[in-house]
Design a protein around this ligand. Structure first.
Ligand SMILES: NC(=O)C1=CN([C@@H]2O[C@H](COP(=O)(O)OP(=O)(O)OC[C@H]3O[C@@H](n4cnc5c(N)ncnc54)[C@H](O)[C@@H]3O)[C@@H](O)[C@H]2O)C=CC1
Ligand SMILES: O=C(CO)COP(=O)(O)O
Length: 319
């Protein structure tokens, strides 16, 4: 059983390495012909995942006609997912596994809803959870959530994607899985900003905990299950991303809090997702104060100390 991965960034490349090391052939598609040729020749993704070797059974290509597998992992940033789906109608009857974490700014949709809109004949699934690409590529132990509404297809997919270092748990709650992965990035920006501004680890723990309450409020209102939010895709990924300098969302927040520049070419999913989430929360009248503060920070309407002061000064409430 072979697998195709569309998107040769850090995550797509790391999944290719892990799945190929489990003995399955992998086709890794890059939109850039030169980058594909270089990766195929050097057996390394020097730009996005330097130092990791591509096993012999990974084929890197920029030819879409080479994507013949039924199972296609979509490992592109969330804000690019629609254009990738629209540009590739030949994929619309396949099993499409979103590997992105976010909410589309223009529509407020998550990856599953977006796949269902653009490719209604596809089987939509999501692979998410606490996992840094560099860790996966090194073969370090990682556990992920794989969610899909089709229970039979879900079991097949689980077997296809499991690898010795990659333990995959099934979930029948794609809404909960995608929202956990999307919203934790917003909280990681908030935590990074607090740490970058020197507000301390107690402040960070409060943001993680109250951020989790906020994630639950939104996710449950959208039909997610609370046990999904408490699992790898929600709580697990929240803890990882809010506490590690390996996280780009956390590091972006840290730079924001410390008044430093941040490389704009780095993928930071939480920025657009914070705006998309706030739009949806306001429309649904759901209170998301930390998300609101992150958007205010992004818009430079407040600095971190002012934002934290406003959070602390909210009316007293029960936990
Ligand atoms: N890097 C990580 O540790 C993890 C990343 N993710 C998620 O994976 C998704 C992708 O992230 P990374 O691979 O890390 O990003 P990245 O920045 O390393 O790579 C993004 C890739 O997407 C490609 N791409 C962008 N727009 C495209 C388009 N229109 N058509 C085709 N390809 C396009 C780029 O060429 C690049 O290869 C994100 O949603 C991220 O949250 C999930 C878990 C871990
Ligand atoms: O999603 C991730 C870890 O699970 C990667 O986080 P960053 O996108 O913040 O690097």
């Amino acid at each position: 059983m072979s697998i195709s991965i569309l998107g040769s960034g850090a995550f797509g490349t790391s999944l290719a390495i892990s799945i190929a090391n489990a003995g399955r052939d992998v086709t890794l598609w890059s939109r850039d012909n030169d980058a594909a040729e270089e990766m195929q020749r050097t057996r390394e993704n020097a730009q996005r995942l330097p130092g990791a070797t591509l096993p012999y059974n990974v084929t890197v290509t920029s030819e879409l006609s080479a994507i013949t597998d039924d199972t296609v992992l979509l490992a592109v940033p969330m804000q690019q997912l629609r254009s990738v789906l629209v540009a590739n109608p030949s994929l619309h009857n396949r099993t499409l596994v979103a590997c992105c974490k976010g909410i589309e700014l223009t529509s407020g949709k998550g990856p599953i809803e977006l796949i269902q809109e653009v490719a209604p004949a596809a089987t939509a699934a999501i692979l998410t959870g606490p996992s840094f690409a560099a860790d996966i590529a090194k073969g370090l132990p990682t556990a992920l959530t794989l969610a899909c509404a089709d229970a039979d297809r879900l079991r097949d997919l689980q077997n296809q994607l499991m690898a010795p270092n990659l333990r995959i748990y099934r979930s029948s709650d794609p809404v909960g899985a995608e929202l956990g992965g999307a919203l934790k990035n917003v909280m990681a920006i908030a935590c990074g900003a607090a740490m970058g501004a020197g507000l301390g680890e107690s402040a960070r723990a409060s943001l993680i905990t109250r951020g989790f309450a906020e994630m639950n409020r939104m996710a449950l209102a959208l039909g997610a299950r609370s046990d999904t939010l408490a699992g790898l895709s929600g709580f697990g990924d929240l803890i990882l991303t809010c506490t590690s300098t390996q996280s780009r969302n956390y590091s972006f927040g840290f730079a924001l809090g410390g008044g430093q520049d941040f490389d704009p070419s780095v993928t930071v999913e939480g920025a657009a997702t914070a705006r998309a989430t706030l739009n949806r929360a306001d429309a649904m009248k759901i209170d998301m104060p930390i998300t609101r503060m992150v958007v205010a920070l992004l818009d430079r309407k407040l600095d971190v100390r002012e934002a934290m002061a406003q959070l602390l000064a909210r009316p007293p409430k029960e936990e």
